[in-house]
Design a protein around this ligand. Structure first.
Ligand code: SF4
Ligand code: SF4
Ligand code: SF4
Length: 264
């Protein structure tokens, strides 16, 4: 390819944390900018959303009526579309509203609910358009992004890490927190990729990288309850970041109805 491949970074409903992972590449970002031309990245400066690109990274979920035609146009203009982060891959934290009465929440929170134009649910990008590769995490880490771009520039799709986090934990020689300290950890059902960040710091995984391949959520939920968590606490652990990922939503446990404050 004689010209530099064009790259765009788009934002939908999200906190911007995954875009920051891009900026956190530091010197690697400068090296990357010699290989590709970043034509749209509103958080960093260039704005040109309509331009056709070789690689489009998409952060955030579809949660307003205007998001649907926008993501379709981005798909049309992109050779490869890569979603990055829990918001874009599963609907994110904001998908908790999928289990509640959205209009009741809007009425309870906003002084002028008539100004809010929101869908009843928050959904993953792949529910609306074809996605070529998904980068999981909340946030994704900078190395995932770099590896993804390098793979695409080499003409291959990135390697999909779908093993469980426990494997990365073992590779690092960490003692299992669940076995040695009785801490609830979602590692057995969560996909690898973060380098077992939380267990390496003595904290149980809370599942931000989404479900691993063939996760057994109901079995781990039973284990959490043997460790002393109530059924509600257990269910909330699974629903924290990736509530709309079916494997984390199907533990067989129920939550009390979610109602806005003021209606309780
Ligand atoms: S996945 Fe997490 S860090 Fe990334 S945009 Fe969504 S909320 Fe922010
Ligand atoms: S600490 Fe968590 S991730 Fe590590 S081996 Fe134990 S259950 Fe798996
Ligand atoms: S250990 Fe779990 S919660 Fe922590 S960064 Fe990794 S996937 Fe996310």
């Amino acid at each position: 390819m004689s010209r530099k491949p064009k790259v765009a970074i788009h934002k939908f409903s999200s906190c911007d944390g995954c875009q920051l992972a891009f900026l956190n590449l530091g010197e690697d970002l400068l090296a990357l900018s010699r290989q590709v031309e970043i034509v749209h990245f509103a958080e960093a400066g260039p704005v040109n959303e309509e331009i056709p690109v070789d690689i489009a990274f998409v952060e955030g979920s579809i949660s307003t009526p205007a998001d649907r035609p926008r993501i379709e146009k981005i798909r049309h203009n992109s050779r490869f579309l890569i979603t990055m982060g829990a918001c874009a891959t599963s609907g994110g934290i904001q998908a908790l509203r999928n289990m509640a009465d959205t209009n009741a929440w809007i009425g309870a929170i906003y002084a002028r609910p008539d100004f809010i134009d929101s869908l009843d649910d928050s959904t993953a990008i792949a529910r609306h358009v074809k996605v070529d590769f998904e980068l999981w995490g909340c946030p994704v880490n900078s190395q995932q992004i770099l590896s993804c771009v390098c793979a695409l520039l080499s003409g291959v799709l990135p390697v999909d890490q779908h093993d469980s986090l426990c494997q990365q934990c073992k590779q690092q020689g960490l003692a299992c927190l669940m076995v040695s300290q009785g801490l609830a950890c979602l590692g057995p059902v969560t996909r690898a990729g973060c380098g077992a960040l939380c267990p390496s710091l003595g904290r149980g995984c809370y599942g931000c990288y989404g479900p691993a391949e063939n996760p057994n959520g109901p079995a781990l939920a039973q284990r959490f309850m043997q460790l002393g968590l109530s059924a509600e606490e257990t269910r909330r652990r699974f629903l924290f970041i990736n509530s709309a990922a079916p494997a984390f939503n199907e533990t067989g446990l129920k939550l009390p109805d979610a109602k806005p404050q003021g209606e309780r």
